[in-house]
Write a new protein. Structure first.
Length: 580
């Protein structure tokens, strides 16, 4: 095996010729709902039949009109109207009117909201570093549902290819059996293709009989139990590493397009991607660790370790070809001051366009504001005019960070940079007022939702934050350890309950409308795009979602099951299930 092979052929992503357009079948992505696939048709369907990979837009001079609906605009007046007219990539008219014609869609009373925005997740690696035919299991609630999803996926996977389901869920708090499926259960669903089910970042994992046979012949040993189980830690990460070595440029393109299709199906139209953590030991920013023609296992090659300098190559390649249909802003995750110096010298904040641009720097040595270099890093970012995002942690961490911001602001005006503290497990009203005074904002994390099994207040201080009036968004940190589906986060914020319905965040519940505002207007502010996104208003970019259920009317448990039947991004229909 060559060094290029061991790095997962990262250099391929730089090729000018990035391969042929994937086939129609390659856009089928299992897991949107039990036993169903998410489909983006790569042909040239009509508006009534579904969107293409790059979306469909009416011919020049023609408007797309959605009428006879319940359009929740989330504008300053919080209006509910019946129709919206889209001209090009902007909202041209929002109000109460009827329309007819080839580009008019009767919503039949369905609810419409602005496109949902995820303000801190891992959508890029969710597509880019998921070997095999990655399959979403986060919407399953039992082993039987997992089997049904895998069986459906099998029908679309070529013989001999891997079916994988990596991260974004936790069997012990999301599935009724509170365990992973066994080898026998996987064999029953997929008897003739290798399968790897891998939980969160370090495992544990499980494989089927075909997978066991593949690992037996692999270049590195993986210890597998008779039931197909693979222990968390080095055994699971070795299995992941071996599969990553098989990835090609075209495979990364396919899984990225599938990730976008899944995003559209749950109503997520824009993301702030926060990379992962640089892998150790050196070379720190490469996929794997090779010093010769024989690959050597990097023991920290977890689900969120990968090459940070080539992280966006696949997405950028598709965007350059005009094929991107989900919005992206990029956080640069840095954990060393020398690397931070180079990032600041060689990259610019908010550099790009409305579909893809840079965003902020997340300086995260040991993931803590308590690290001795953290304050120095904030000074560097302030002087360079970069937005800073930091993991505040607990209430003490909030105090450390806010005090540093206040000191820096006395010498360098940071009030216009919107520095962000997120992943808070505690915050007081007084702290939030001080943070707001220096132009700061917060991003309330819901990632404890699928993991939490016992109450840990205030795991996510939604009520405290909303009542404070500070600019705020909500995020799931999805893709590695939490779900990408935003409706789980809405459920958690509204009820305080985990996936199994157990109360884990008492006293911090917010209303449904408040939760949706955090996911739209709040996160548009996080993106520095509140004048362009976050509400359905004349002149704003045309991103919207038509829901299969009204989130204001369904029961609590139904919130988790809401999905999109029509998603529009930049005026283009990118997901359409209205005809089915």
């Amino acid at each position: 095996m060559t060094d290029k092979d061991a790095r997962g052929s990262n250099e391929d992503a730089n090729d000018n010729a990035l391969g042929e357009r994937p086939s129609r079948r390659s856009f089928l992505f299992a897991g949107a709902a039990l036993g169903a696939a998410i489909e983006i048709d790569a042909g040239s369907p009509t508006l009534a039949q579904g969107g293409s990979a790059t979306g469909t837009r009416p011919s020049s001079g023609e408007d797309l009109v959605l009428y006879n609906g319940k359009v929740r605009t989330l504008d300053d007046r919080d209006r509910v109207v019946s129709a919206v007219r889209i001209r090009g990539n902007h909202f041209a008219e929002v109000g109460n009117f009827n329309a007819r014609g080839p580009n008019a869609i009767d919503l039949r009373g369905r609810t419409v909201i602005p496109g949902l925005i995820e303000s801190c997740d891992h959508i890029v690696s969710f597509g880019n570093y998921r070997p095999g035919y990655h399959t979403v299991l986060e919407n399953a609630t039992s082993i039987a549902e997992i089997q049904a999803i895998l069986s459906t996926r099998r029908a679309e996977v070529p013989s001999g290819e891997w079916i994988t389901a990596l991260g974004a869920w936790n069997a012990f708090t999301m599935f009724t059996e509170r365990r992973l499926p066994t080898r026998a259960e996987l064999d029953a669903a997929v008897p003739d293709r290798p399968v790897l089910i891998y939980q969160t970042t370090l495992g544990p994992a499980v494989t089927n009989t075909a997978g066991m046979a593949w690992f037996t012949k692999a270049s590195m040993p993986v210890t597998i139990g008779e039931d197909g189980s693979i222990a968390s830690g080095n055994q699971s990460t070795t299995a992941l590493y071996l599969l990553r070595l098989t990835q090609t440029r075209d495979q990364r393109r396919r899984t990225t397009l599938e990730a976008w299709a899944y995003s559209a199906s749950v109503g997520l139209t824009a993301h702030i991607d926060q990379e992962g953590i640089p892998a150790a030991p050196s070379p720190r920013y490469e996929l794997g660790n090779t010093t010769s023609s024989t690959p050597r296992l990097n023991p920290m090659q977890t689900l969120y370790h990968f090459d940070h300098f080539r992280h966006w190559d696949t997405w950028w390649g598709l965007h350059r070809e005009g094929k991107s249909f989900i919005r992206l802003q990029m956080d640069l995750v840095v954990d060393e001051l020398p690397v931070l110096h180079e990032r600041i010298k060689n990259q610019l904040p908010f550099f790009g366009d409305d579909m893809m641009s840079s965003h902020a720097i997340y300086y995260t040595p040991n993931g803590s504001v308590r690290h001795p270099t953290w304050v120095e890093a904030q000074w560097l970012m302030a002087r360079a005019g970069w937005r800073s995002r930091s993991n505040a942690g607990d209430q003490e961490g909030m105090e450390i960070a806010i005090s540093a911001f206040e000191k820096i602001n006395k010498e360098v005006d940071i009030t216009g940079l919107r520095w962000t503290l997120h992943r808070m497990s505690g915050a007081t009203s007084e702290q939030l007022a001080r943070l707001k005074a220096v132009g700061g904002n917060v991003n309330v994390c819901s990632r404890s939702f699928p993991l939490a099994a016992t109450p840990t207040p205030p795991a996510a201080p939604f009520r405290t934050v909303v009542d404070s009036g500070i600019p705020a968004g909500i995020h799931m940190d999805g893709g590695h350890i939490a779900t990408l589906n935003p409706w789980f986060a809405v459920y958690y914020a509204v009820t305080g309950r985990n996936a199994l319905g157990e109360m884990v965040n008492p006293g911090q519940q917010i209303t449904r409308q408040e939760a949706i505002r955090l996911f739209t207007r709040g996160n548009a502010h996080q993106m520095n795009m509140e004048t362009k996104l976050g509400s359905i208003e004349q002149g704003k970019l045309a991103d919207l979602v038509v829901l299969d259920k009204d989130y204001m009317e369904v029961g609590d448990e139904e919130l988790k099951k809401i999905k999109s039947v029509l998603t529009v991004v930049d005026g283009k229909i990118i997901h359409n299930k209205l005809s089915t």
